[in-house]
Design a protein around this ligand. Sequence first.
Ligand SMILES: Nc1ncnc2c1ncn2[C@@H]1O[C@H](COP(=O)(O)OP(=O)(O)OP(=O)(O)O)[C@@H](O)[C@H]1O
Length: 131
Amino acid sequence: MLKPDAVEKGHIGAILEKISASGFKIVAMKLTQMTKHDAQTFYAIHSERPFFGELVEYMTRGPIVAAILEKENAVDDFRTLIGATNPADAADGTIRKLFANSISENAIHGSDSDENAAIEGAFHFSGREIF
Ligand SMILES: Nc1ncnc2c1ncn2[C@@H]1O[C@H](COP(=O)(O)OP(=O)(O)OP(=O)(O)O)[C@@H](O)[C@H]1O
């Protein structure tokens, strides 16, 4: 997902360019907005964390770009491409280093396992939207 801050700042094109240039194939993509229920469900693993309310507010405040990407070793390679959760710790050239401002508003999300990628893909897309 390209998160609301990245969309607000007009970074959709630049981020998708980096993703494509890094060898990822886009097999599904849409501009959409999460409801509070969507965000609470998507980030349920963080429901006890002190920043959960702030995270739900942030993720629902405007549109996001949801996408499913394909590549060999996609999960690890995408997490390398996006960089550390806190952009202050992200390596040079990573998407979060280039486009994120803070640990809470960090521009982009990547699934952390193949299993979660399948769950999160199904969260945003029906079968006929995946190519
Ligand atoms: N300490 C924090 N304060 C505020 N927001 C946070 C903090 N830690 C994480 N977040 C927010 O919650 C999201 C999920 O946290 P997580 O630890 O799963 O990071 P991540 O796996 O790098 O990010 P994501 O799951 O969005 O790809 C972060 O991307 C960020 O938006």
